[in-house]
Design a protein around this ligand. Structure first.
Ligand SMILES: Cc1cc2nc3c(=O)[nH]c(=O)nc-3n(C[C@H](O)[C@H](O)[C@H](O)COP(=O)(O)OP(=O)(O)OC[C@H]3O[C@@H](n4cnc5c(N)ncnc54)[C@H](O)[C@@H]3O)c2cc1C
Ligand code: FES
Length: 361
């Protein structure tokens, strides 16, 4: 087989993948509708089997590759589980329509793609049906839905929502994010959402301290809003290399206390975020009980986890790992946790800091 044959095969599989995702969502919606009418038993792998036989190209008797078959089984059983969960929410009086909670592909259009500073970009997307998400969850943003290059979708956390869509703030780091930063308004993109778990909002302490380093800062905005709306006293620490790289204050609710830390001292505390937190603990934060949430680069998470362990404070961290599928199928994003490995995209990205084996990372 030549390289060209292989590339052609990949392109064909990619088209099949997109078709299959569409089929999967249609099927899941049909199942959900049938279940609402009381016509179907709970989902099981038998349904996945039935679905697999319907896959385009595979119904002609050819055998799907084992890894892909496993992948589809995972996808399907996951969608069914989510539909089930959504239906029970509905039964308990949650008014969100079930299909908006299930993982699915959302076509979107770029409304704004604005360069905010040296590296940060504000990306606002519009949707006909904006996806539902909880603070901490992320989206896989397909950069070129009609091409295969860049092939893999990139994970991003939403920072704001509007009646017609959502916004992200991202840093131009590599090929995909530089490509995304140059797409003009009007470009169509595809998102897979919502993915991963979310922050636990409840806790014994009625004060929450949030630490966001670099581009992790803006992604804490939905969490800050959710905590403030629950009347949790929220204190936010934002850190960056310099003041030009700090997130816009306007992203966050007005009723929270904000502290800044910059490496060059151009705004707020001069130094890293963990040092700013430690200084606050010695002063205004002395004797106070609170829980911690952190999002940002690994050294920040490690330092915050060490601080939390020392002080005996509950701490949740949102972790980042290189991701390929973003759906739990490739295990590329696994991190050592509690004597085992957990997938950041599936069991995470939010973990209790005390369970992560930081020295192995
Ligand atoms: C749960 C989660 C939420 C995130 N939210 C944001 C956000 O809101 N804003 C933001 O700027 N960045 C965020 N990131 C990081 C962002 O996904 C990466 O910066 C981006 O994927 C890099 O893509 P690239 O093509 O520019 O880099 P390249 O290095 O060219 O990417 C090559 C491949 O590696 C993957 N990859 C590289 N770096 C990362 C990374 N740090 N995390 C995951 N995959 C990576 C890419 O997806 C791609 O498949 C998040 C990451 C995760 C895991
Ligand atoms: S990115 Fe594939 S399992 Fe997490």
């Amino acid at each position: 087989m030549t390289l060209e044959d292989l590339q052609q095969d990949i392109r064909r599989l990619d088209v099949e993948l997109v078709n299959c995702l569409d089929r999967r969502f249609q099927l899941a919606r049909r199942l959900a509708a049938l279940k609402r009418e009381g016509g179907l038993p709970p989902p099981d792998l038998g349904q996945a089997e039935a679905f697999l036989t319907e896959l385009p190209g595979w119904s002609d008797g050819s055998t799907p590759p084992a890894s892909l078959e496993r992948f589809w089984r995972l996808l399907l059983s996951d969608t069914l589980a989510l539909e089930e969960e959504a239906l029970s929410d509905l039964a308990e009086g949650n008014l969100l329509p079930p299909t908006t909670r299930a993982k699915r592909r959302f076509p979107a259009r770029i409304r704004e793609n604005i360069h905010l500073g040296p590296e940060l970009v504000w990306l606002r997307l519009t949707f006909s049906h904006p996806p539902y998400f909880q603070p901490g969850q992320f989206f896989q943003l397909g950069l070129a839905p009609n091409q295969t290059d860049p092939f893999l979708a990139r994970p991003f956390a939403p920072v704001a929502h509007f009646p017609d869509g959502l916004a992200f703030v991202f840093t131009r780091t590599g090929r995909g994010t530089r490509f995304l930063a140059n797409l003009p308004p009007g470009t169509e993109l595809g998102l897979l959402a919502p993915l991963g778990n979310s922050y636990r909002l409840e806790g014994q302490e009625n004060t929450a301290v949030l630490l966001g380093g670099g581009v992790g800062g803006p992604s804490l905005a939905p969490l800050a809003a959710a905590l403030c709306s629950r009347k949790v006293e929220t204190i936010l620490f934002l850190g960056a290399r310099d003041s030009r790289r700090l997130p816009d204050r306007g992203l966050f609710p007005t009723d929270l206390e904000v502290h800044y830390a910059t490496d060059d001292g151009s705004r707020g505390f001069s130094g890293h975020l963990p040092a700013a937190l430690a200084a606050w603990r010695q002063g205004a934060g002395k004797g106070r009980s609170f829980r911690l949430y952190a999002c940002g680069p690994l050294p920040l998470l490690k330092a915050v986890a060490a601080f939390a362990r020392l002080e005996g404070i509950d701490c949740q961290v949102s972790m980042e790992e290189r991701m390929a599928c973003g759906l739990g199928a490739c295990a590329g994003c696994a991190v050592p946790l509690g004597g085992n490995y957990q997938r950041v995209c599936r069991e995470g990205p939010v973990f209790m800091a005390g369970q992560v084996e930081w020295d192995k990372l």
